[in-house]
Design a binder for this molecule. Structure first.
Ligand SMILES: Cc1cn([C@H]2C[C@H](O)[C@@H](COP(=O)(O)OP(=O)(O)O)O2)c(=O)[nH]c1=O
Length: 198
């Protein structure tokens, strides 16, 4: 079973993904967490340190390359794993990021989404950008502006796939969020159909 977690930075995907995998393992189940990051945090830290800002298109092309590579490796690993696979981020995130940069979806990412095995569910962590921004500032490892987070949230909501995402309230206490995610897995058969073309 493959569960994909999406949502703007600071929405709590990584925290929930770790909690979910640990909880399944604690109950004797098999679960693995696969991270489909695009190197954005590393690039933003490098950019802040060096003062070098890559042109928008080049930065996006690099992110897409990292993202696609990680997604492909994750699906390869998932195909060899018997148990719950939790993917932290996926190609949907890149499609939303492209929108924030005024770029079209293009053909490649939608094609790849269709070609890859469909996740059993894409869970979207819904959060007010202001709260996500507060968390990112407290995390202190990277930097996102409130404006970028608002644009990212709006871009997710514009995705044609968004209507099929399973939305969860990301401001719930982590234990309650974990409980909801575990319920989703237990009731796997009752999950809504995966996003079209995913
Ligand atoms: C889930 C959660 C996370 N946090 C913190 C932990 C992290 O430092 C930060 C962001 O969480 P994180 O899980 O890293 O979010 P994402 O993977 O979506 O970027 O917020 C809270 O303060 N409260 C919460 O309820």
């Amino acid at each position: 079973m493959i569960i994909v977690l999406t949502g703007i930075d600071g929405s709590g995907k990584s925290t929930a993904a770790h909690a979910l995998v640990n909880s399944v393992a604690a109950h004797g189940g098999k679960a693995v967490l696969l991270n489909n990051h695009a190197g954005r945090r590393t690039m933003s830290v490098l950019s802040a340190k060096t003062g070098i800002r890559l042109p928008k298109r080049l930065a996006e092309a690099l992110e897409t390359t990292f993202r696609v590579w990680n997604v492909l490796v994750s699906h390869l690993r998932a195909s060899r794993f018997e148990g719950l696979v939790v993917m932290d981020r996926h190609l949907y995130c890149q499609l939303a990021l492209r929108t924030t940069k005024g770029l079209p979806r293009g053909r490649f990412l939608p094609w790849l989404l269709k070609a890859l095995p469909a996740p059993d569910a894409v869970v979207h962590f819904d959060i007010h950008p202001g709260e996500a921004h507060r968390r990112i500032m407290a995390r202190g490892t990277d930097d996102e502006t409130l404006e970028d987070l608002i644009a990212f949230r709006d871009a997710y909501q514009q995705l044609p796939e968004y209507q099929d995402f399973v939305k969860v309230d990301a401001t719930l206490p982590p234990a309650e969020l974990a409980r909801q995610l575990e319920q989703l897995i237990v009731k796997g058969q009752q999950l809504p159909a995966p996003p079209a073309g995913a």
